[in-house]
Design a protein around this ligand. Structure first.
Ligand code: GLY
Ligand code: MN
Ligand code: MN
Length: 513
């Protein structure tokens, strides 16, 4: 019940904990006596040139249209605290900005009148909310944007120097979107920023434009399909993400003794990897799966609140996202004590053989994306047949009307990887699943077998074992490169890796075993 005598509105009560001064004397005092910031402009980002090339490509596809690409808004996590900001991937791709840059910003690709057939089609303008002066209330009173709260924000000139894109104040966005609205098709990336979508929609309605959400969807589709092949800069960033992920897996193995001693050992593993992700990168590309024993059979096990016991396997699916927002996506299934049991090894080897078959297919000339999955499934079905687990032959199971083997691997074998862990998700099927592999494509190969402890169709010796092995692969001119080849994955290499990083048992020298 709200007390009728209480006149303070609910929305204003959030600040009741604080007693910010409001006196004129305070306002004047806090506004002055700050050292001037040196007007040194940052260097041009190495991402600027590739981002310009991408803007050129998208411009050619939408000649004459105004394209609106928002970074997105801060998202509330609870009450008045926000999640760490991460810009929309299409915005990052077209601007080269990453990390937490820049809430509310909008890239506008303004069509050039009389664009020459072989020349630029659009002018890019980046609308951002620049740093406010120290004489503004925002400076000290705005917990979302104020410099005393979130640190120095860049000026228009600084973002311009960094990106090579002309910058304008965010306040000028509505006019820029509405300019000549009746005579130009306006398309906005759907789902990126509800306020910007509403602004575009208002402008369209005011002029009675016939543009529909299908026009926006066509932009999203094109932006997604543009990312199906990666340029050299992107491949370099992905290599960095994978190297940091490899270091994170080393840290995680080093934490095994602490994990087995802790009632929530999976959290110890998650934390060890997460620390590396923040130290070496922007953070995690997705929530880490740290699943010991039977938890590995819950495909998206991110609760990570179980114990880790000697003798178990831990399935860890984790990826570092670097500051440019490219992410790795790696899974390793590791024996906690440094040695696989016979049953664990048998299942592990089956999955590894499926990985090898899929990689071999990816290296074949003319292979399609879907063939990579088919190659992995063939191995999985044959192994399940050999273990007597299929009610039909492997061949019958592999037929579309069979698919019994999928009981133990319901997920796909591969997905594109880049700025989004599941990259290019709006691409058309004919360019994704049905497409021939092309140099520059980066995708995962990640078969698995998941034998739940309560699965009576599984031989008892395998129950409670879950294995996935996930690598990141780049299609090259003459095959495919396993970008994550430095991260051990054969039975012998994984055992040696874990044993090398585990502290030696009492009384032994390091490296003595
Ligand atoms: N980590 C998400 C995936 O493997 O697709
Ligand atoms: Mn994956
Ligand atoms: Mn994964």
């Amino acid at each position: 019940m709200i007390d009728e005598t209480d006149t303070q509105r609910l929305a204003e009560r959030g600040s009741n904990r604080s007693q910010r001064p409001t006196s004129q004397a305070f306002r004047e005092f806090i506004a002055g006596n700050w050292e001037e910031r040196e007007p040194v402009l940052p260097d041009r980002s190495p991402a600027a040139a590739p981002a310009a090339a991408r803007r050129k490509r998208i411009g050619l596809l939408f000649r004459g249209d105004r394209l609106v690409v928002p970074a997105g808004q801060l998202v509330t996590r609870s009450n008045d605290t926000d999640y760490r900001f991460r810009p929309h991937s299409a915005f990052a791709h077209l601007t080269g900005l990453g990390a937490d840059q820049e809430p509310d910003a909008v890239l506008l690709l303004e069509p050039l009148a009389d664009a020459p057939a072989d020349g630029p089609t659009h002018e890019a303008v980046l609308h951002i909310r620049p740093a406010a002066g120290k004489d503004t209330e925002e400076f000290y009173a705005d917990a979302r944007y104020g410099e005393l709260w979130v640190g120095v924000r860049p000026t228009l000139a600084e973002v311009e120097a960094r990106t090579g894109i002309r910058c304008a104040h965010l306040d000028t966005l509505p006019d820029a979107v509405a300019k000549d609205a009746g005579q130009v098709t306006i398309r906005v990336v759907p789902g990126a920023d509800a306020a910007v979508t509403a602004l575009v929609q208002r402008v369209r309605e005011e002029v009675g434009a016939t543009t529909s959400t299908e026009d926006d969807d066509a932009l999203a589709e094109a932006l997604s399909e543009m990312r199906l092949t990666k340029d050299d800069h992107e491949i370099g960033e992905l290599r960095m993400a994978i190297a940091a992920t490899a270091a994170g897996f080393d840290d995680l193995i080093r934490s095994f003794p602490r994990a087995t001693a802790h009632p929530r050992g999976e959290r110890v593993l998650e934390g060890a990897f997460g620390a590396r992700a923040r130290e070496d990168g922007n953070g995690l590309g997705y929530e880490t799966i740290a699943a010991a024993g039977d938890h590995a059979n819950t495909l998206h096990w991110i609760a990570n609140d179980g114990p880790v016991r000697p003798g178990q396997l831990v399935l860890v699916d984790a990826g570092v996202e670097v500051d440019s927002l490219y992410t790795a996506d790696i899974t390793r299934t590791l024996p906690v004590s440094g040695r696989f049991t016979d049953a664990q090894r048998e299942v592990y080897q089956a999955v590894l053989d499926a990985c090898e078959a899929a990689l071999g297919k990816a290296r074949e000339k003319g292979a399609r994306f879907r063939d990579v999955h088919a190659a992995a499934m063939e191995v999985i079905a044959q192994r399940l047949e050999a273990w007597g687990m299929l009610p039909v032959s492997a061949a019958e199971s592999l037929a579309p009307e069979g698919q019994y083997h999928r009981r133990w691997m319901v997920h796909g074998t591969s997905h594109h990887l880049g700025l989004d862990v599941h990259d290019c998700a709006q691409a058309r099927r004919e360019l994704y699943l049905d497409a021939e592999l092309r140099p520059g494509m980066v995708f995962t190969i990640e078969p698995g077998l998941y034998f739940r402890a309560d699965d009576l169709a599984v031989p008892p010796r395998f129950r409670g074992i879950g294995v996935r092995i996930e690598d990141d692969v780049l299609v090259t001119g003459d095959g495919a490169e396993r970008l994550s080849e430095e991260i051990p994955r054969t039975v012998a290499d994984v055992e040696a890796w874990v044993q090398r990083l585990l502290p030696p048992p009492d009384g032994q020298e390091a490296g003595a075993r």
